[in-house]
Design a protein around this ligand. Structure first.
Ligand SMILES: [Zn+2]
Length: 459
């Protein structure tokens, strides 16, 4: 029985090869062949479909955004890219893209498209309908493009720009091969499309933290739709998800600000005096959702009779103790060996519960004055609707243990000067009176030296 979404479009979908994990890290993996929803033959060279296209620009030196002009005005550098570009990835005669050679630009282009499409397919399945773009009034399609050398990736108004980073001297790693990084950006786009764009005045820190947490959950839940990732997780952890495993590691390849763990120990009490970085601030909420996911999974295992009820209880009781693993792991090893398929099924169910519950939660909340307590209460309401409150106790315990519902985050501390102009390039709306649009190759000359976009560059 297939557990991944990657196989559910087998009849009629388009094939891609995607790396669930970045191929150059220690745990080298093979790409997994997946099917995405557009029917074979409908995805054109780029790749391009009705909702997105990849372009691999030549000579693009800066990310899109608002830039200060020499004359003191503002220049809006925005999609579409009209300059020269590398040759696009071409489909094979049957319309698939799994024939491209690893190591070529075209493989990476197809990988970037396939990742965005795969993650969007996963979440449109949870939402039960198409997810709209927040920039839909101006653009029909998302422009997915590469900006190698940008140590980041981020979703903007109409675009998703993908950078690269130096693993070591002269060893560039392209984020185009990172499912984790790109799916996180798709998460931001989904939240902007579904939760909406707030009025930028009077935003609380918890709104920013919520966004990062939601993007991480989108990435993580999407990752668990790869058969190899889900089954590999079960094999290595034997169902004991509190151990160090691939599910709870994030952003290993990202810049310094983004190393975060889903199974972290941070609580909102750590931020009552203030916060600096929204990625750190996101950890209590992500941690709470991760704990809920694990608890739902363990409860499913108990209800299926695959682990004894007191193992779940023992696990809760010993959590955080130094000999936790020594005591607990042997029980999981034995239970898993007896029913590996049952464990995988229980994990897929817990994953789909989290995906559906988060999708419904995001539809219930408003971006205005959004805080973690709103998310907590909306998640409880969603659980009541989806399961008649089956996991209410789990949600209450895991959220409250993080201080959610008990305390609020403090003010933002030490706002960096370059962050003070704008909210984020991601939400940039066209200005009411558009600034001059320049041809692509005229932009650098019109900018002040070393100009960087107004607004912060966090991903
Ligand atoms: Zn982010």
């Amino acid at each position: 029985m297939p557990y991944g979404l990657g196989s559910s479009f087998r009849a009629g979908g388009t094939r891609f090869r995607l790396f669930p994990e970045l191929p150059s890290l220690d745990e080298q993996g093979e790409p997994e062949t997946v099917w995405v929803s557009p029917r074979a033959g409908s995805v054109l060279a780029g790749p391009m479909d009705a909702r997105m296209y990849v372009i691999d620009p030549i000579g693009k030196q800066r990310p899109y955004g608002f830039y200060p002009a020499r004359d003191g005005g503002v220049i809006h550098f925005k999609p579409p890219w009209k300059g020269p570009a590398e040759n696009p990835a071409e489909p094979d005669p049957d319309g698939h893209f799994d024939h491209l050679d690893f190591g070529t630009r075209q493989f990476e282009q197809a990988h970037a498209y396939g990742t965005v499409r795969f993650a969007l397919d996963v979440w449109e399945n949870y939402f039960g309908r198409q997810i709209g773009w927040h920039f839909g009034e101006e653009y029909d399609r998302l422009e997915i493009l590469f900006l190698r050398g940008l140590d980041n990736a981020y979703a903007g108004y109409g675009s998703l720009e993908i950078g690269s980073y130096e693993k070591g001297p002269g060893v560039p790693i392209d984020f185009g091969l990172s499912f984790d990084v790109i799916a996180h950006e798709v998460g931001h786009l989904i939240v902007y499309g579904e939760v909406g764009l707030p009025d930028t005045s009077g935003l609380d820190g918890e709104y920013f933290g919520f966004h990062e947490s939601a993007a991480d959950m989108v990435s993580l839940i999407s990752l668990m739709h790869f058969e190899t990732a889900l089954l590999g997780l079960m094999e290595t952890s034997r169902g004991n998800l509190y151990t160090h495993n691939r599910l709870n590691r994030f952003g290993e390849i990202s810049d310094s600000g983004q190393l975060r763990l889903a199974s972290n120990q941070r609580t909102l009490y750590d931020f009552t005096r203030g916060w600096r970085d929204e990625h750190n601030l996101s950890e209590p909420l992500t941690g709470a959702f991760f704990d809920i996911w694990v608890d739902v999974f363990h409860r499913n295992l108990v209800e299926l009779g695959l682990i004894p009820w007191d193992l779940d209880e023992l696990s809760d009781r010993l959590e955080g103790e130094p000999d936790y693993n020594r005591v607990i792991q042997p029980f999981f090893d034995k239970a898993y060996a007896a029913a590996p398929d049952g464990f995988a099924r229980a994990m897929a169910e817990a994953r789909d519960y989290m995906g559906s519950a988060l999708a419904f939660t995001w539809r219930r909340i408003s971006p205005e004055r959004l805080d973690y307590d709103d998310v907590f209460r909306a998640f409880l309401d969603t659980d009541a609707m989806l399961t008649q409150g089956r996991y209410r106790d789990v949600i209450e315990v895991d959220m409250r243990r993080r201080g959610i519902g008990a305390v609020r985050v403090g003010p933002r501390i030490e706002l960096p000067a370059e962050d003070s102009h704008a909210f984020s390039p991601r939400t940039e709306m066209p200005l009411s009176r558009p600034p001059p649009m320049l041809p692509w190759n005229a932009l650098p000359a019109a900018l002040g030296a070393g100009a960087w976009p107004l607004g912060d560059m966090k991903a």
